[in-house]
Design a protein around this ligand. Structure first.
Ligand code: MG
Length: 253
């Protein structure tokens, strides 16, 4: 017998987390590389900053640090190059410079498919919450225009709202509290390995979407329950996936 779409992925997730079923009431959504096609600019700004310090780095490695706070990324590179972390003041000054470099680049575009993805979630009655490790106001300030009504101020977790950035589960746990939902009533939408890890550790059914050079396997390994190859593909599949989540329970009937 052929199972309906997504059943095998959902069963695997329910077994792993010992849930009876997932009943999505809130969607917790990452920003960079998910709502906005902004990672090309972020990796360019990081690469410029870190190269200027004389630290060897590649542009693509910054896709792997996506989701971490600026301070965590700087400390990782300092430890690798110098064997110690930056002082908090050094890290803050460097991150400020990185945000300046980011602002000098052309404005980022909304990720193709993201507006459809968000409006499908709203149409299905889910609360939407922004969960970003970013403190980049130049992007955050555009949310109301690009995603009207989806992410009001009180439904945003940013780098300023948490002590621990992704891959720590804190940002997603904070978002669940904001939306007043349990982990099994949450889905997470993420493009980065650290973000998928954070979503899974928070107990949410985590949907990975590849929108950059990171392969699908890296998102599965990080904890994604299911991975889509593009945002339009996810937007297209969402109604069927949500229905499958509501109707699939751990015990096979
Ligand atoms: Mg991201």
């Amino acid at each position: 017998m052929t199972l309906p779409p997504f059943t095998a992925d959902i069963h695997r997730f329910l077994e792993r987390h010992h849930y009876e079923r997932v009943t999505p009431r809130a969607a917790l959504i990452d920003m960079d590389g998910t709502l906005y096609d902004s990672m090309v600019n972020h990796t360019a700004a990081w690469h410029r900053l870190i190269s200027e310090l004389g630290i060897d780095c590649t542009r693509d490695e910054f896709y792997l640090y996506e989701g971490a706070t600026g301070r965590a990324t700087i400390n990782h590179l300092f430890r690798r190059a110098y064997g110690h972390e930056a002082t908090p003041d050094e890290a803050d000054a460097l991150y400020k410079r990185k945000t300046e470099y980011f602002k000098e680049l052309p404005p980022v575009k909304v990720m193709p498919g993201a507006q459809k993805m968000v409006s499908e979630l709203q149409r299905m009655g889910l609360t939407t919450v922004l969960v970003t490790g970013s403190g980049q106001n130049s992007v955050i300030s555009r949310l109301d225009t690009d995603f009207p009504g989806a992410f009001p101020e009180q439904m945003r977790v940013t780098s300023r709202s948490v002590t621990n950035g992704k891959p720590h589960p804190e940002p997603y746990i904070r978002a669940m509290q904001m939306a007043r939902v349990s982990p099994s009533a949450s889905i997470v939408i993420e493009n980065a390995p650290l973000g998928c890890e954070a979503g899974d550790r928070a107990g949410a059914f985590t949907i990975g979407v590849t929108t950059g050079p990171i392969p699908e396997t890296a998102l599965y390994e990080a904890g994604a329950a299911i991975v889509f190859s593009s945002m339009p593909a996810l937007a297209e599949a969402l109604p069927v996936l949500l229905l499958a989540l509501f109707t699939t329970s751990r015990q096979k009937s």
